[in-house]
Design a protein around this ligand. Structure first.
Ligand code: HAM
Length: 403
């Protein structure tokens, strides 16, 4: 038997229902905030992710599904959605239009990580990207929207926020941090030592306990922000306070992607084990420019669908449409005609096998039908059908022409 690859999963009946429910719920809310659906290719030139997510990030340096296609192009399966959406935004010259533009998307992402619960090699994200709005009000609005999505899905969360500064306050902070890290480098792990040269900010994010305790004394960007970033961060926290959205500030929240500026955030849940991040995002005001577009501020997020799949509180499946069954073989043709009519307006299940009454009623129940519609000998003779409303329990016999 051929199985899916390690870290990849089929979505069969129960899970696919959860998946669809999550996407539909999130999309309805995203549309209320002015987002439009966008679809971008799964396969992109590798350089796109090197320039956006960052050459030295784990995602690009260790986790990409990268290969040469038959035309010898260096391509890779997208590890995340933002880079592709920004590329599409620039390709379509939307960066030259003065209006603000907002896109939502969902689909598979690929990261060659070590699989474990909540960490897959093929996983799905629902994401939103808002272009052209530089105000921190938009960061607040995006966070509000995610909270609303999680509330609608019945999922509890903790919100963690930080500011990653801008090209004016980040470089001096980075220098300061490198000085601090160099002093303690012999006590830091191998990964941290490698990152001091390539991506010192990521050192703050190290999961090693010894490193974490040494890093507690590191300089904090939040205490070294420029006036502009500081004021935005203060406004963001005030707006969240006013809206009653609880948050924690984590000065070590740096995110695993290099394109962030200013606000960065993660939604976490302690109900799903060690892979606790259920959504992540932030502002990325420089990325459109890095990908050859006109400078355009932007902010966005992505939710990890598999991570929330088990947490979602699904609504009860309501009874819908018809179950049609024949108790005499000749009735089946009549049912096909009725089913074709009714399928113009609702869901219809036709049982092809002639069965007794009880058996059909069980079938109607299993199909979650609102109405059981049966034809037996009497009905066939009289040109009628027997219908029962399985919710109100009301039953009646109707002329075929009145169904
Ligand atoms: P990210 O934090 O890398 O951000 O991923 C977003 C979410 O995807 C995570 O919070 C997690 O729930 C889920 N996720 C990530 N890796 C895996 C995995 N291996 N298996 C299962 N779920 C996973 C981004 O991807 C950014 N593009 C978000 C963004 C949009 N920032 C701005 N706009």
């Amino acid at each position: 038997m051929i199985k899916p690859l390690r870290g990849m999963k089929d979505l069969t009946f129960e899970e696919s229902q959860r998946f669809t429910y999550i996407i539909e719920t999130a999309a309805v809310i995203a549309k209320r905030y002015g987002y439009h659906y966008i679809e971008t290719p799964i396969l992109e030139e590798t350089v796109l992710f090197k320039r956006s997510v960052g050459d030295s990030s784990d995602i690009v340096s260790k986790e990409m599904y990268q290969f040469q296609d038959k035309g010898k192009n260096d391509v890779c399966m997208r590890p995340e959605g933002t880079a592709g959406v920004v590329r599409a935004f620039v390709s379509a010259k939307l960066d030259r239009q003065p209006v603000k533009q907002k896109f939502y998307y969902y689909g598979p992402m690929f990261r060659y990580e070590r699989p474990q619960k909540g960490r897959l090699r093929e996983f799905h994200q629902f994401g939103c990207e808002s272009f052209g709005e530089g105000s921190v009000y938009e960061d607040f609005t995006v966070i509000t929207m995610i909270s609303q999505i999680f509330k609608a899905l019945g999922i509890g969360f903790d919100l963690i926020i930080n500011s990653l500064g801008c090209p004016s306050c980040m470089p001096p902070y980075r220098e300061n941090l490198v000085r601090f890290l160099t002093e303690i480098r012999s006590d830091l792990c191998e990964d941290c030592n490698r990152r001091i040269g390539s991506n010192p900010i990521r050192v703050l994010d190290c999961k090693n306990e010894t490193c974490q305790s040494l890093l507690s004394g590191s300089p904090k960007l939040i205490e070294n922000l420029c006036n502009d970033c500081n004021s935005d961060f203060t406004i963001l926290t005030k707006l969240l306070d006013n809206a009653g959205i609880a948050y924690k500030i984590d000065t070590h929240l740096v995110r695993g992607l290099d394109y962030y500026t200013k606000s960065a955030f993660e939604f976490v849940s302690d109900a799903i084990g060690s892979q606790s991040a259920i959504a992540g995002g932030g502002r990325y005001d420089k990325l459109v420019e890095y990908l050859d577009g006109k400078p355009t501020p932007a902010v966005g997020f992505a939710i990890g669908i598999e991570r929330i799949m088990e947490l979602v509180q699904m609504p009860e499946i309501s009874r819908e449409g018809y179950y049609m069954g024949a108790m005499v073989p000749e009735a089946l043709e009549i049912l096909f005609t009725l089913a074709a009519q009714k399928r113009l307006e609702t869901k219809v299940t036709v049982e092809y096998i002639q069965k007794g009454f009880k058996s059909h009623m069980k079938g109607a129940d299993k199909a979650h039908a609102r109405y059981a519609l049966l034809i037996g000998e009497d009905e066939l003779e009289n040109g009628t059908v027997w219908i029962k409303d399985l919710e109100t329990k009301d039953e009646r016999t109707l002329l075929l022409s009145n169904v």
